[in-house]
Write a protein that binds this ligand. Sequence first.
Ligand code: FAD
Length: 426
Amino acid sequence: MRLVVVGGVAAGLSAASRARRVDPSLEIIVLEKGERISYGACGLPYLIEGQAKSIEQLIVYKPEFFERERDIRIRTHSEVTAIHHGRREVILANQERIKYDRLVWAAGARPRTPQEFRNDPRAFSLHTDKDAERLQAFLDEKRPKTASVVGGGYIGLEMAGALRARGLSVILYQDTTDLLNREDAFFTGALLQHLQRCGIDVRMNTRAPSDPGTDLILCSAGLQPNTEIPSDAGIEIGRTGAIRTNERTETNLNGVFAAGDCAETTHVVSGRPAWLPLGTTANKMGRVAGANAAGRRERFTGIAGTTIVRIGGLGVAVTGFSELQARREGFSPVAARIHGRDKAKYFWGKGVQVELVADRSSRRLLGGSILGEDGVIGRINVIATALTGRLTVEDFSQIDLAYAPPYATAMDPLLIAAQQLARLLD
Ligand code: FAD
């Protein structure tokens, strides 16, 4: 039995590795159109910022590792151009045909670059190792002084911070009233103030002009899942625009699975299809796709949309829905917003902003956001856990959170927010 995996990064390699563990006798081939496999794209902004010193530092494994340690064949420079499911084969760009019994499509997504910037030599996107090399070379050789960042999602925010850290003067254009896709005036307002303090000129509700007049243009205007080849082969695309999968990561074609940035999954709060392309999801979903392709029946339970970024020393994190988003999903949301302290004053405790959202009738927690210098990841992960466990505000306000002065306050800001939310719900 042969498993073919298309895509050699997070979802594809997680799938291949897990399949190997489940079935040692399986023949596994990974087809990757690029030159490198297994690199952490998440580190690319930090490469530009200077925290990581080379792309090599972002590579988790080399092809030889998979061949030697996991008996997985890795073929780079192997672009799949078609799937012929009737004959159970994929066609490569060089016309080679490769047979499969099971197929995992893990081909990721690609940036949506606005038309006006497609041929502009000052314009870059940051999605692959090659993009980072091109951008790095431009920064080193041309020494730009000014940059426009197009799009205020997490990559745009990280890149605005990275370019600012390199000393460029930065304008960030966002064509809606939200940042980080969080429709929430309180959250956006606090983040905006911080960006301005970092010296980033943010133009909200403004489309970037076709010639922004800066030395560099960084396009981070969203992603598009790589679905054309599977769609041509009869694989269903969901209403999010990504490949439709069930909880076992199966597509509508027997023996064909999809995982990672190309696939949609379920939102754990709404139970509806969701597409939020993130590395942590790709890894987990890929594992399930690999196990099931090798014969298991495992479930991928879905996502809460948990996202965290660091900009100019501030941790910014969201999970689940904002009040506005929750209302759109059919809930009757109530939100509590508090400013607290992340630890004791005599341990240099800093301000932390917490927002929690719950449903008025069920009192179930629906989402939250945090901004702070320290402890942001721990706190957002507690909220994400509560969302997955479908906790009510009362359950949440009783969680036995750890406390010692160097790490927190006796009444953690999360619990203060939960108590306030419970009062608002009464
Ligand atoms: P990809 O990583 O896109 O891999 C898909 C692979 O498939 C690619 O190598 C591609 O070359 C290959 N491929 C595509 N088409 C074909 C074909 N036809 N034939 C053969 N091969 C093909 N996520 C987080 O959770 N946290 C972060 O902090 C974070 N930061 C990020 C920062 C940046 C700058 C970027 C770009 C992404 C970041 N992400 C982050 C997102 C994360 O990197 C992706 O969600 C993750 O890489 C998705 O993994 P994937 O395997 O689904 O797709």
